[in-house]
Design a protein around this ligand. Sequence first.
Ligand SMILES: [Zn+2]
Length: 258
Amino acid sequence: MNKIHILTLILFSTMCLFNACKNDDDDMAGLSCEEYHWEYTGEEAPDTWNTCFLDCGGQDQSPVNINVSDTSPDAGLTTLELDYKDVPIEVLNNGHTIEFEHEAGSTFRLNGVDYNLLQFHFHTLSEHTVNGNHFPMEVHLVHQDPATGNLAVIGIFFEEGNENAFLASFDDDLPTAADEHYSSEDLVNATDLLPSDLGYYTYDGSLTTPPCSEVVTWFVLKMPIEASASQIQQMHDILHDNYRPVQDLNGRVIRESI
Ligand SMILES: [Zn+2]
C-alpha cells in the first residue's frame, strides 16, 4: 500500500467517524428507523421522534398550552354539531393508549362536511394544558373528513370527581396489556362523554403521536368532565404517562367560542 492509499484510507476512516457510517442519517442511539419504536420515555422519548418522523419537528405541532388570557374570542365559531349513534363496545390496548374503535355512522359536521368518528382514546395526564396545568386525563375523539383525510379531534379533560358512567360501562374489562382487546354487545353512546357545555378552544395542529402529521383541527372543550379517583388511577396504571409535552405555538392563535 503506497502513501496515497494510506492517506485515502485515513481520510475515509475520519469521515466515517463523523457521518459516513450512519445508516442513511437515520441512525440514533445505535438504532435505524426500521428498528425505532417511539415511546414516551427512554431513548425513544418525544424529543427524539423527529429523527425518524420529520413532521414531529414541524411548526404546527400538538399538544399546546392554552393560556386563557391569550386566546382570541370569536363569535363566528359555531356550536359543535355532533351526531353520535349507539354502538357496541370495542376497546383495544394498542401499546400506546386504550382506544375505543368506533363503528361507522357517527359524525361531527364541520363547515358543511360530515367528519366520521373513527375512534377515541385516552391520555394520562392530559396532553393539552390550561395556564400551564395538566388535568389528570384527556380523551381524544378522532373524526375524519372522508374526502381529504383531514382530521377534527375533540379533546375533553377529565377532573377528579364523581364516577364517570360512560367509562363504568367498560372499565371492569379494560385491556391491560398491549394488543389485548375487549368487546361487548352492550350499546354505548359517546354523547355520554360530553360535558353539559360544549364551549371550546380551537387551533390548527397535529397528531400528538408519530407521524405527527399536521392535518388536525383541534377542538379542546373548556368544561372538563368527571371521573372518580379510582377510574383515573386505573387508566393511569395501564397507560402510565402517555402524554407528549406541549409544543410551541409558533405564532398560531387559539380561538375561543363565545
Ligand atoms: Zn390522542
